[in-house]
Design a binder for this molecule. Structure first.
Ligand code: ADP
Ligand code: MG
Length: 229
């Protein structure tokens, strides 16, 4: 990467005014380029062609837990499931939602380390303008650092040495695409973090049409439609 080579030369060539001018110009260019790259990488998750269909949220959730079962076992992490029976459907992309659950569960596993409990609840909130499916993920880790809790859903916010800080930003993008909300908090009993996701309950095909128009597409006429963000 040009910027890295230049930065390595900078201490030696600092007195060369021409070098400094070149450095400043290339540094700006490179920052723009990296910025665009990251935008595109994040965009891949949300604006690639996405299949949305009515689904029970438990289906992608259980696929994710199955995918993670080895990792969770290795870490002696117990998963407790509290799912309300006969949940209403939501409209969603199973693949994208799996990415959300994966990012949340991996963070919890990383936070808990070598043992802990991950409690996942899924229920319905019939209050408010539109009924919502509500999911919570509560872990028994140390909880979210005070200095990241406010900005946790922004890109590059990380407390880890090798963290990308993109996991939660991607979750927010995907949940937003589903017209849902996601929030992070520390558990009131003082042990661990809790993430809450709310997704509107599927109300029928007219919902597709408005979701599609939100994403700048021709309204869908089929039960399975394609979205571009
Ligand atoms: N379950 C959790 N417990 C404690 N802190 C968490 C948890 N999940 C996320 N965080 C905090 O939020 C930050 C951002 O998470 P994320 O966007 O996934 O990036 P990364 O995992 O690469 O750091 C983490 O670095 C961590 O500080
Ligand atoms: Mg992460």
């Amino acid at each position: 990467m040009a910027i890295k080579t230049l930065a390595e030369l900078l201490p030696d060539q600092y007195d060369d005014a021409e070098f400094r001018t070149t450095f400043a110009r290339i540094a700006l260019q490179e920052v723009d380029r990296i910025d665009n790259l990251v935008r595109r990488l994040r965009g891949l998750k949300t604006s690639a062609t996405i299949q949305m269909q009515p689904l029970n949220i438990v289906t992608p959730l259980e696929s994710t837990l199955e995918l993670l079962s080895g990792e969770l076992q290795k870490r002696y992490i117990e998963v407790t499931r509290q799912y309300e029976p006969s949940l209403p459907q939501i409209i969603g992309s199973a693949d994208q939602l799996k990415q959300v659950f994966l990012n949340i569960c991996l963070n919890s596993a990383e936070a808990m380390g070598q043992s802990g409990d991950l409690t996942i609840t899924v229920g319905v909130d019939p209050d408010g303008e539109q009924s919502e499916v509500v999911m919570t993920f509560a872990d028994t880790g140390p909880g979210i650092d005070e200095d990241v809790i406010e900005t946790i859903f922004e890109a590059f916010v990380t407390s880890k040495n090798d963290g990308s800080g993109l996991g939660m930003a991607i979750c927010k993008d995907i949940v937003g695409l589903h017209r849902g909300t996601i929030c992070a908090a520390n558990r009131s009993d003082g042990s661990g973090a809790i993430f809450t996701i709310r997704l509107p309950v599927y109300q029928g095909d007219s919902q597709y049409e408005s979701l599609a128009s939100d994403h700048g597409l021709t309204p869908a006429t089929h039960a399975v439609s394609e979205f571009a963000g």
